[in-house]
Design a protein around this ligand. Sequence first.
Ligand SMILES: Nc1ncnc2c1ncn2[C@@H]1O[C@H](COP(=O)(O)OP(=O)(O)OP(=O)(O)O)[C@@H](O)[C@H]1O
Ligand SMILES: [Mg+2]
Length: 316
Amino acid sequence: MTPSPETTITSKNITVSYGHITALDNFSVNVPSGIVGLLGPNGAGKSTFIKAVLGLLVPDSGQITIAGKSLTTEGEIIRDMIGYMPEHDCLIDTFTAVELVSYMGQISGMQKKDAMPRCHEMLDFVGIGEERYRPISSYSTGMKQKVKLAQAIVHDPKILFLDEPTNGMDPQGREEMLDLVKKIRASDKSILVSTHILDDLEKVSDHAIIIGEGRLITEGGLEELLAGKESLRVVKVRGQAPDMEKFLKVLGDVYEVRSITPESGQTSIIILNQGDGTPIFRLSKENNVQLRAYYPHKASLEDVFVGAMENKGGDQ
Ligand SMILES: Nc1ncnc2c1ncn2[C@@H]1O[C@H](COP(=O)(O)OP(=O)(O)OP(=O)(O)O)[C@@H](O)[C@H]1O
Ligand SMILES: [Mg+2]
């Protein structure tokens, strides 16, 4: 694995243990520039990887470089270049957002006179209004997430680490957060975003690193990782039980049926697609069931995982 000029982070055989738990197991990856998703289920090792790259924990073995600089020998230079939005609460509750973000700017090496205007600019950017003068303890989860983002970018870092940035946010808040991430990207930053939500990643990123049980499962373009999964289709139908039974039988004769799930007032079926959907329309009509929906099945993180594991098996 040779790092390309586009590589922002290189991890070579990183192993991290917490007591007898091996959180990262000989983990090697080259993280390209742009927005890269670090995707994996709970406990996969995403936060551990981010913390190891940030130098917040020392690996048992392996090497990490950021923008070609060694974490071990050039840590000081690296620190100015990076911003970090942690997964869990990192905010000092008694501070106002203004106090916190300007303070974090100063910790990152900014002069007080520069940190204050920059702090207001960043709070404007993330959408914190007059509430910025209230203590953080009075903020909603969504507002806290925005302040966490503002403190991560106050010193204008080149490389950003966002650990589950949409954590605990409602759908609208999540959209807003992902829009902010895209805007930051437009200012020529590299961003590593950890998440277990494939949908979030599809909105902001085109490259994903998939991690499971501390190991690299696969990495590549999202499109490539999702390839092959598009051949599944969702069919939603409604009808009387005897008609439905007949329909499911003839459908099974024509298609490979992957799952049948009863939903309120309808049945959701996943089939392996073959050619166009003409038989679906014909069979539903012939069997007196109402076709409510027919669309490509969207791959889930689990599908991508299973696909990646199957491909791995095929390569060996
Ligand atoms: N401080 C710690 N002490 C002991 N074990 C830990 C500690 N932090 C993490 N672990 C363990 O290391 C493994 C990887 O954890 P990590 O937090 O990196 O996963 P993650 O992918 O970020 O998960 P999540 O999606 O839940 O945030 C898990 O088995 C976890 O229980
Ligand atoms: Mg985590």
